[in-house]
Ligand binder design. Structure first.
Ligand SMILES: NC(=O)C1=CN([C@@H]2O[C@H](COP(=O)(O)OP(=O)(O)OC[C@H]3O[C@@H](n4cnc5c(N)ncnc54)[C@H](O)[C@@H]3O)[C@@H](O)[C@H]2O)C=CC1
Ligand SMILES: CC(=O)C(=O)O
Length: 375
């Protein structure tokens, strides 16, 4: 198979979908890799590194897209990439389609097979989302702490406090991978941390992990409102796989926060859980102020720490990509139910139920979608 790696073009997205080590694995398995000029440079990998690994470098993105059978990227295609879509193309990358109706339409119209990293599922976990959630969870507190500083628009609070002065309050809504990693860093800084989740078993696990240092709360509007109102930093970390994020924090709840408080909606890639996170921001211009509260809503947070993120992401995506290349797509998804769950669009249909529901469209199981084409 011919695997294509375009350079990421989203704002400040410095990750790349394949490392030179990944190229070696593909080449050893009898495949070819074509890479856009300088695609890896933001992550510290030069053209020379890729050439030595056995890849071919092409100058133009259009050539990579038009020649490859399988395009691996990190982030979802942006509008200028839609013209590259074609019927026999396989895409493997983050897609977040519940929040991307235009992209979904373009994929369906062109008959592309689109596999989303974020819905590949193994033993009730999301192995291709996990490492980036670890990164974003840790970053959320690092960034929140900085935004709370006065020169960054915050109320001038040091999250850990100092002896004789109260520590800052952090509320994390969603206690999965992002939430747990945010809690780790916030507790490490000495903050007063509360995690809210709708899953009682998850709250028990968190209590076992962190002990009395962490306050756990069951998710309901009353407790969310009370916790958010008294937070210096509130973090959105809820996920219902494939679906649009539920708006758990209303505009009134945000209005009840003190001026200079900070909201980091990590779940913005799925639409966000704060009603006031009404736009996606970029690393160039990451914040805006609404009701006196500083909001951060960057959908590609790990793109700012690309060296760590590229290595962590490609560690987990490569084995799945190799299965697609070695067996062909249809055999690979037949043999591996985890990978099958990643197929969001195929043969002109939406093949992931939560995405179809979020967009108000018909859901067609992937086998049926392929059969319809053959018939
Ligand atoms: N902005 C960015 O750059 C990044 C965003 N993300 C996003 O962060 C979000 C969270 O991801 P993960 O932590 O990996 O997901 P996860 O599946 O590990 O955790 C989600 C948690 O939300 C909880 N939850 C579900 N409904 C809830 C409700 N009504 N109230 C409270 N909790 C509820 C679940 O029980 C679960 O513990 C996702 O949208 C993911 O795509 C992840 C990485 C980077
Ligand atoms: C999860 C995701 O969308 C990201 O890492 O950018």
């Amino acid at each position: 198979m011919l695997i294509g790696i375009p350079k990421e073009i989203k704002n400040n997205e410095n990750r790349v979908a394949l490392t030179p080590a990944g190229v070696v694995s593909f080449v050893k398995a009898g495949h070819q890799v074509i890479l856009e000029n300088q695609a890896g440079i933001g992550s510290g990998f030069t053209n020379e590194d890729y050439l030595q690994a056995g890849a071919q470098i092409l100058d133009r993105a259009a050539d990579v897209w038009s020649r490859a059978d399988l395009i691996m990227k990190v982030k979802e295609p942006v509008a200028s990439e839609y013209p590259f879509f074609r019927k026999d193309l396989i895409l493997f990358m983050y897609l977040h389609l519940a929040a991307e109706p235009e992209l979904t339409r373009a994929l369906k119209e062109q008959g592309v097979t689109a596999i989303a990293y974020e819905t590949v599922e193994l033993n009730r976990s999301l192995p291709l989302l996990t490492p980036m959630s670890e990164v974003a969870g840790r970053m959320s507190v690092q960034i929140g702490a900085q935004l709370l500083e006065k020169p960054h628009g915050g109320k001038g609070i040091l999250l850990g406090g100092v002896p004789g002065v109260k520590r800052g309050k952090v509320t994390i809504i969603g206690g999965g991978v992002v939430g747990t990693n945010a809690a780790k860093i916030a507790l490490g800084l000495g903050a007063d941390v509360t995690i809210i989740d709708s899953n009682a078993d998850r709250l028990r696990q968190l209590d076992d992990i962190f002990g009395a240092a962490l306050q756990t709360l069951m998710s309901n509007p009353f407790d969310i409102a009370a916790a958010v109102a008294e937070s210096d930093l509130a973090i959105g970390a809820v996920l219902i796989p494939g679906a649009k994020a539920p708006k758990l924090v209303s505009e009134d709840m945000v209005k009840a926060m003190k001026p200079g408080s900070v909201v980091i909606d990590v779940a913005i890639d799925q639409g966000g859980i704060f009603a006031t996170a009404d736009r996606i921001t970029t690393h160039d211009n990451p914040t805006y102020v609404k009701h006196g509260v500083v909001h951060y809503a960057v959908a590609n947070m790990p793109g700012a720490v690309p060296r760590t993120s590229t290595l962590a992401l490609t560690n987990v995506t490569l084995p799945y990509a190799l299965q697609i290349a070695n067996k062909g797509l249809r055999q690979a998804i037949q043999d591996n139910p985890s990978l099958r769950l990643g197929v969001n669009v195929a043969a002109g249909s939406i093949t992931y139920e939560a995405v179809a529901k979020a967009l108000g469209e018909e859901y067609v199981p992937v086998e049926q979608a392929f059969l319809a084409v053959r018939a």
